[in-house]
Design a protein around this ligand. Structure first.
Ligand SMILES: Cc1cc2nc3c(=O)[nH]c(=O)nc-3n(C[C@H](O)[C@H](O)[C@H](O)COP(=O)(O)OP(=O)(O)OC[C@H]3O[C@@H](n4cnc5c(N)ncnc54)[C@H](O)[C@@H]3O)c2cc1C
Length: 474
């Protein structure tokens, strides 16, 4: 079957690969020259380092994503922790959640025992764990309300849950849907101790996406970059393909000043793997009021702000550190994560749900990062900042409120031949890479159902393979 996939982020790549593995004819159209959408990277022209559009983490519970990476032969790019270890620093020094390799959730309990927080916070944390394990799913509640109902006091929230929740759902507990945190807690902390460990990349995210693209194209998939889809074309009441323009690639083309000619890509099925707000203008007027699309305009967006900083010496002595009481919540030593130590030290700072930080001037954001380093690292007194970059992602994730949770659509629509994927669809997960990948794979399964062949991946031997395939498990 001929399928067009719109969008070259994780959802689109996962859908495209799943369909290609099932031997459909897939054309994947991405408006930008680079792949990855909201999880991408570029090569910094000055330092030569990979710079992510914002530091992304995976966890061991990202089963679909890690399996996709394995199938594409890209596990050499993964940099997983042995066991879950998260460190924070505050004015009293560092504290660490260091979980040994015990059966879940004993690993978490052991980590909690060693954490430098008051005993009552540990007991409250235990109570939350029991509520997640044995209590009802908190449908319709905000996370703040769930914390209140499970007896989490201000110290437990400040020291443990709020920083974790912000990182997981990119929204304050007062606004975010409790079910998302609940689901992530279950999948990561309660199943297998390896599910909770953090998985970094050894290179920028764009590099991983290129490897996925190579795998997709190696199996016969067609990938067109710089291709802006302008409309999903109706044909006899179903999705009959897309109208797109190929953006100018060469300066000479730009200099002609001519608008690119719209082209038609006919298809038997279309998978939209773009954000909700980007889908609305592509729909014909007559479809916009349909139940599957009526809520698209209600998806709010939550920003993330990052500061990249290069220092003339090594100041931060860990790969990742929570910065308590600072505007900037986390710092990552990108050099160390990418396998390079010493000067210049490439650091990345991140602020989630950055509603207050995003409108600030670059100089203020860099100042906040510098202040955090001066507060917690004496070596910063001697250090010189060599270069900084500020990256804003105003639409980093959808704003995950309880009301919105009820509106997230599934992969099917009431337009025959049109399917939805993307982190914002009803995956049960927050806006994450894993949610995006699962959504893409689920949309592919729905397309497959049209053929009546049922699910199932064509065995690896069925098509050309990428040259680096066969790496070990992460
Ligand atoms: C700074 C930042 C930090 C994050 N941190 C994490 C993290 O630590 N862990 C985690 O799991 N998740 C994290 N996320 C969230 C994660 O990046 C997203 O959930 C995920 O990448 C979404 O993938 P997607 O494919 O659904 O959408 P997108 O990545 O948005 O992909 C959509 C693609 O469609 C393309 N497109 C749009 N319109 C058109 C059109 N008309 N024609 C053709 N192409 C089009 C876009 O260019 C884009 O490439 C973070 C996000 C940001 C921004």
């Amino acid at each position: 079957m001929k399928v067009v996939v719109i969008g070259g982020g994780f959802a689109g790549m996962a859908a495209g690969i799943a369909l290609q593995e099932r031997r459909h004819d897939v054309v994947l159209l991405e408006r930008r020259g680079v792949l990855g959408g909201r999880a991408t990277s570029f090569r910094d022209a000055v330092t030569g380092d990979d710079v992510d559009n914002g530091t992304h983490l995976m966890i061991g519970a990202y089963t679909a994503t890690l399996d996709l990476v394995r199938r594409a032969g890209a596990t050499d790019l993964l940099n997983p922790q042995e066991n879950l270890k998260i460190e924070w620093v505050d004015d009293e020094g560092a504290t660490v959640l260091d979980c040994p390799p015990l059966v879940a959730p004993l690993h978490l309990l052991a980590g909690l025992v060693g954490l430098r927080v008051p005993l009552r916070v540990k007991l409250q944390a235990l109570r939350l764990g029991l509520a997640v394990r044995f209590g009802p799913t908190p449908v319709g509640l905000t996370l703040a309300e769930y914390f209140r109902r499970t007896g989490q006091g201000p110290a437990a929230r400040r020291l443990l849950w709020d920083p974790l929740a912000l990182a997981v759902v990119n929204e304050s507990p007062e606004r975010s849907a409790a079910v998302l945190f609940h689901r992530v807690y279950q999948e990561s902390f309660l199943r297998d101790h390896r599910a909770s460990r953090l998985v970094f990349l050894r290179r920028g995210w764009g590099v991983l996406l290129e490897r996925l693209a190579r795998y997709f194209e190696g199996r016969g998939g067609v990938l067109r970059r710089g291709t802006l889809v302008e409309a999903i074309e109706p044909e006899a009441g179903r999705a009959g393909g897309v109208r797109y323009v190929q953006r100018a690639r060469q300066r000479e083309e730009l200099q002609t000043g001519r608008a690119p000619e719209p082209r038609l890509e006919p298809a038997e099925a279309v998978v939209s793997a773009i954000p909700a707000h980007a889908l609305i203008p592509l729909l014909p007027e007559e479809w916009r009021g349909r139940p599957a699309f009526a809520a698209l305009g209600r998806f709010g967006r939550s920003p993330i702000v990052s500061v990249e900083m290069w220092l003339d010496r090594e100041v931060v002595d860990r790969p990742m550190l929570g910065l308590r009481g600072c505007e900037i919540e986390w710092v990552f030593d990108k050099g160390r994560l990418f396998g390079r130590r010493g000067a210049p030290q490439h650091l990345a700072f991140i602020v989630s749900a950055a509603y207050r930080s995003a409108p600030k001037k670059n100089v203020e954001l860099v100042g906040a990062a510098e202040a955090a380093l001066r507060r917690y690292f004496p070596a910063m007194a001697e250090a010189k900042i060599e270069r900084t970059l500020v990256l804003r992602e105003p639409d980093a994730t959808f704003a995950s409120t309880p009301e919105l949770e009820a509106l997230r659509p599934g992969p099917g629509t009431d337009v025959p031949g049109l399917f939805l994927a993307g982190d914002w669809t009803d995956t049960g997960l927050p806006a994450t890479i894993e949610g995006a990948v699962r959504s893409g794979q689920r949309a592919a399964e729905r397309v497959e159902a049209l053929t009546g062949r049922g699910p199932g991946v064509v065995p690896d031997s069925a098509g050309p393979r990428s040259s680096s395939e066969g790496d070990a498990e992460p």
